[in-house]
Design a protein around this ligand. Structure first.
Ligand code: GDP
Length: 360
């Protein structure tokens, strides 16, 4: 099955922003992604999925469709959104840091009933350290006592349907959580009241169960990244690509899951990947992606591509990947490139990855 390169608006030269999702365990990270995808990874579609990094591509058409009630179709300039999902378990610090290091923006999920929790603060510190932009998804608004469900509605529309009691409870919770963020040295504000985006972080109330606020969250992510990160998101010919995981897949042998941050990959490209026993020089046999809105980790049919433009989560099959090192870069060898320099870069890369693993 061959597929066209994902469509992109003709007048834009931007790649898809990469977004990661972080927060305390049980805040609703998986459920939020399921809600946007319309799938059910949380209830076992993926089986054992929690120990890996996942990547899901949301094409602009889907985002446009989900946000149409907010009447903002004209503003989408990026081809889509790539969401990286990192495991929550403590022993996966290294994977979490690898995933979050790739992202242009993060969603920090906070449970409205619990406020800031230990792993929320841990995530915050990681975001501060890397200077990563983020928005807060204040999740589980449907748990406010007496909440009236308005399935998939923009949050202000949903809020208008609520009783005074619910509105007051909501205000109290939001104020408490804004104070908790202030204690961490950060200004936050409900996104529709936020006049100082960039200095004050935006809060989007959401429900991952009934979908209220999801349109707002998607639109905010896309609008904010394409407005403030134009340079970073400008599509480049230079390939920037990171190996997330090395996996044996039935029928494909050893494969690597990568995130293509910028540039384009082709079937047949000569690549250099860092390996435990030195740089691996090989040729891309197949470029595979899951179907849009599906998880890279979930077993299923893959789409074969002749070429893929960034940003995308991709499974690559090639010979000799058995000792590839996750966390390192993938380099593409172009006709005039000196293979010696690329191999040297791959060698240095593996040293820096291994020293990071030692420290974590
Ligand atoms: P994660 O650990 O952050 O990935 O959290 P999960 O997505 O696994 O969610 C933890 C629990 O909270 C699950 O039982 C979800 O069904 C539930 N949950 C997640 N989001 C919501 C929400 O918006 N509203 C309600 N009522 N429950 C939610």
């Amino acid at each position: 099955q061959q597929a066209a390169v994902p469509s992109r608006p003709s007048d834009s030269n931007l790649r898809s922003p990469i977004c990661c999702i972080m927060g305390h365990v049980d805040a609703g990270k998986t459920k939020l992604l399921d809600c946007i995808r319309g799938t059910n990874v949380q209830e076992g579609e993926a089986g054992g999925i929690t120990q890996q990094i996942g990547a899901t591509y949301f094409p602009a058409e889907n985002i446009r469709d989900r946000t149409k009630e907010l009447k903002a179709d004209a503003t989408l300039e990026v081809p889509g959104l790539l969401v990286i999902d990192t495991p929550g378990h403590e022993s996966f610090n290294n994977l979490r840091s690898r995933g979050s290091g790739l992202c242009d923006i993060a969603i920090l999920v906070v449970d409205i009933m619990h406020g800031l929790e230990p792993q929320t603060i841990e995530s915050l510190n990681l975001l501060k350290m890397r200077n990563t932009e983020f928005i807060v998804a204040l999740n589980k608004v449907d748990r406010l006592y007496g909440w009236k469900t308005c399935r998939n509605a923009p949050i202000r529309k949903a809020m208008k349907q609520q009783s005074e009691d619910v509105k007051n409870m909501f205000k109290t919770r939001v104020n408490e959580i804004v104070t908790q963020f202030k204690e961490q040295g950060l200004n936050t504000e409900l996104y529709y009241k936020n006049k100082e985006m960039g200095e004050t972080f935006s809060i989007v109330p959401t429900s991952a169960i009934s979908g209220e606020g999801i349109p707002d969250m998607l639109l905010l992510l896309v609008k904010w990244t394409q407005k403030t990160m134009t340079k970073k998101l400008t599509y480049s010919e230079e390939v920037q690509c990171t190996v997330l995981e090395v996996k044996v897949i039935e029928g494909h042998g050893t494969t690597i899951d990568v995130v293509l941050v910028n540039g384009v990959l082709h079937e047949g490209d000569q690549i250099v990947v860092s390996g435990m026993q030195g740089p691996i020089v090989t040729t891309i046999r197949a470029l595979l992606t899951p179907h849009p809105m599906k998880e890279l980790r979930v077993k299923g049919s893959y789409i074969h591509h002749k070429e893929i433009k960034a940003a995308m989560g991709i499974k690559i099959t090639a010979q000799g990947l058995e000792h590839a090192v996750a966390g390192a870069s993938l380099h593409v060898v172009k006709p005039n490139d000196d293979l010696k320099y690329i191999k040297k870069a791959a060698l240095e890369d593996v040293e820096s990855v291994l020293s990071r693993i030692d420290r974590s």
